[in-house]
Design a protein. Sequence first.
Length: 143
Amino acid sequence: MSSAEEALTLTRKQQSDYDANTVESLDRYKHVYRYITKGVYSKHLPEQKKRGIRRSANNFSVEEGRLYYVGPKKEEKREVVIDTERKRKVFMDCHFSDIGHHLGQKKTVNRIQSKYYWLGIVKDVVDWRQGEATPTWSYSQII
């Protein structure tokens, strides 16, 4: 398993810290990454999951070991962000204007979505801006 694949793998503790949808999404990223880079599936995957991975893979690309969401028309390129600390850094970078002013929720979300991709961006931005101590993605680090 490559270091990039390892970064997409959760420990049992991390799995218990995330909801089922998040774990399933991260698992899908891992399978899509493997399919794109090696052209193979993980062992013991049912045919239905393999079809889903093939369909999902059409919306992603891998460059220099990083997974990118490119969309169905391949017109966009947004880095898939999984790591908790990386998400926080992206949020902080996008929440402030170039001259240091706080941007509102909508502008922050738009700035994040223009370059980055993860499930739940809007919810995470809302949680962070409302000052929740533990947004959905801050329970533990993945890598």
